[in-house]
Design a protein around this ligand. Structure first.
Ligand SMILES: [Zn+2]
Length: 233
């Protein structure tokens, strides 16, 4: 989606999700179709919805819609793209990646990857504040989720990048639903439309994503690494 600003239009904000699931596989509870509804079909659909909502009307920066393959095999598609981008590498201004957000409970807290590494953190906080959403860093960095999604190859080549997951306070019903999803749905056929989706929460996140993408793509300042980030190139 070409940018409208003569000066900023050459810069490109990538919005990304991944296409691959596991297809047919080992049956679980008699079901062998690994639908991958949250991981990650819902978020490829969210990219399509953003494109539809814009109806061809660009932001100041250009936006590149990327549906990567090979995520589950080790971020292969995103890694390939960052090595062989379809636009000049120097023009890649940011990547906003969507990966199994899991709207299973109301959206009050959003965990943001690389929150304190780039200016995208402050931009997200400004957008979230107006929606009553609190942005937090990953509370379980030992799980290395930062390095296990398609925003990571962008960070590795020096492009500010981020991703989000629904957050919760410890000991709450939200945490119970989050843990239960990992136990019975994650990478299983049961990641399908039988799961208890909170559609209001899904809608709230999508609205945040549209506004955040607009804020990044329209900002006069190009996204940048913060001086004290260990990821700074
Ligand atoms: Zn996945």
């Amino acid at each position: 989606m070409p940018g409208t600003d003569p000066a900023l239009g050459a810069q490109v904000v990538v919005v990304s999700a991944h296409l691959d699931g596991y297809g047919h596989g080992e049956p679980v509870n008699g079901d062998s179709l690994y639908n991958g509804a949250f991981d990650d079909a819902a978020y490829v659909a969210t990219l399509i919805r953003l494109a539809e909502a814009r109806g061809g009307h660009g932001f100041r920066r250009s936006v590149l819609f990327a549906a990567f393959t090979g995520e589950e095999k080790g971020l292969l598609g995103a890694t390939w793209f960052t090595r062989h981008p379809t636009v000049p590498k120097a023009n890649l201004a940011a990547d906003i990646n969507l990966d199994q957000l899991r709207p299973l409970f109301p959206l009050k807290i959003l965990t943001m990857h690389a929150l304190n590494d780039t200016t995208l953190g402050a931009t997200a906080r400004a957008v979230a504040q107006g929606m009553g959403i609190e942005i937090r860093p990953d509370m379980e960095p030992d799980r290395h989720l930062l390095e296990r999604a398609d925003h990571w190859p962008f960070l590795k080549i020096g492009v500010p990048a981020t991703g989000f997951v629904f957050g919760y306070d410890p000991g709450t019903e939200a945490e119970r639903r989050y843990r239960q999803w990992y136990a019975i749905r994650y990478h299983r056929p049961q990641d399908d439309m039988t799961q208890p989706i909170d559609f209001q929460a899904a809608r709230d996140f999508n609205l945040f994503f549209y506004r955040f993408t607009a804020a990044v793509a329209d900002d006069a300042q190009r996204p940048a690494f913060l001086p004290d980030s260990p990821l700074k190139p």
